[in-house]
Design a protein around this ligand. Structure first.
Ligand SMILES: Nc1ncnc2c1ncn2[C@@H]1O[C@H](COP(=O)(O)OP(=O)(O)O)[C@@H](O)[C@H]1O
Ligand SMILES: [Mg+2]
Length: 287
């Protein structure tokens, strides 16, 4: 099941906006989506509560799940895609825990030097994690709240290129996002004609998400195919079947009945004199 986490250490960088919009887009494509909220503020879960009051088509429903630093992600049966919204300041063990369960990480970054510096630090920490370093969890930057009248998007793209970061596009500063947040909606729930310009910005982002998940699925299929082995000793008619070798049976000692007589500890131990006799001998040799 594909899991995508939205991460950035900076608060207010657009994580909840990106996570809720992405969940809305997947739900509108007919996937069974779970929006997991790792943030104590639980903005995404509040968005889901507002969404529940909207007269939306049934297939746009999104399941919610809150989990703190102690709990483990357990998507309910039927969930096909998971989106994780995370808190600002995520680092160390908590960052590793999220990255360990993710196939892809999107990092929203605005066109500000502070945001870019913070994103670089977070990206560097992510690269120290084996799953990310091995390419099993891909990380990409999304330009967020980019002022369409400036060269912000081009600046962000050039910065990402300079630092070797994957850049998947940018979303402009738009009141649509603020209104969607207030109403528990996503761009994908409203008539496309009303949000055409914003929807077009999502295309490269969603293409990247789809390509990443397809790559993960291929990788998982390859590693699953590598486990089965052919058993050379099986009958010729069954020889073409692949089998997973069963583990060898481990001999289990029969359990003694509860009522069985057990000798007391003292009766199985040698007398004290025997156990410490050698020590007494040493003392005696000095006396
Ligand atoms: N592209 C955007 N255009 C306009 N407002 C945005 C955009 N992205 C985020 N915002 C607004 O910025 C504020 C912070 O975004 P939020 O997603 O809550 O950030 P975070 O979860 O990282 O703290 C919210 O009020 C949100 O509506
Ligand atoms: Mg948030």
């Amino acid at each position: 099941m594909p899991v995508i986490a939205v991460i950035n250490r900076k608060g207010g960088s657009g994580k909840s906006t990106l996570a809720t919009q992405l969940a809305g887009s997947l739900a509108n494509r007919g996937f069974q989506v779970m929006l997991g909220d790792v943030d104590r503020q639980q903005s995404s879960l509040a968005w889901l509560r507002r969404r529940a009051a909207q007269p939306l088509a049934k297939n746009a429903a999104i399941a919610g799940s809150a989990f703190g630093s102690q709990s483990v992600m357990r998507p309910s049966a039927g969930i096909t895609h998971v989106v994780l919204d995370t808190p600002g300041g995520l680092h160390g063990f908590d960052l590793a825990r999220v990255a360990m369960s993710a196939d892809a990480i999107l990092m929203p970054v605005s066109d500000s030097v502070f945001d870019r510096e913070s994103a670089l630090e977070c990206h560097a920490e992510l690269l120290t994690l084996p799953r990310v370093a091995a390419g099993r969890c891909k990380v990409a930057i999304v330009g967020m709240r980019v002022d369409a009248r400036t060269k912000g998007a081009a600046r962000l793209e050039a910065w990402a290129l300079e630092h070797g970061l994957a850049y998947v596009g940018s979303l402009r500063e738009s009141q649509v996002y603020t209104r969607c947040a207030e109403q528990g909606l996503s761009l994908f729930d409203v008539p496309a004609a009303k949000v055409e310009a914003d929807l077009s910005q999502w295309r490269p982002l969603l293409d990247w998400v789809d390509a990443t998940w397809a790559a993960t699925a291929r990788l998982e299929a390859t590693s699953r195919a590598a486990i089965p082995v052919s058993a050379p000793s099986i009958a010729p008619q069954a020889r073409r079947r692949t089998l997973v070798r069963a583990p060898l049976p481990v001999p289990v000692a029969p359990k003694a009945p509860v009522s069985e007589f057990r000798p007391s500890r003292d009766s199985v131990r040698p007398p004290r004199v025997e156990r410490f006799g050698w020590l007494l001998g040493v003392f005696r040799s000095f006396s």
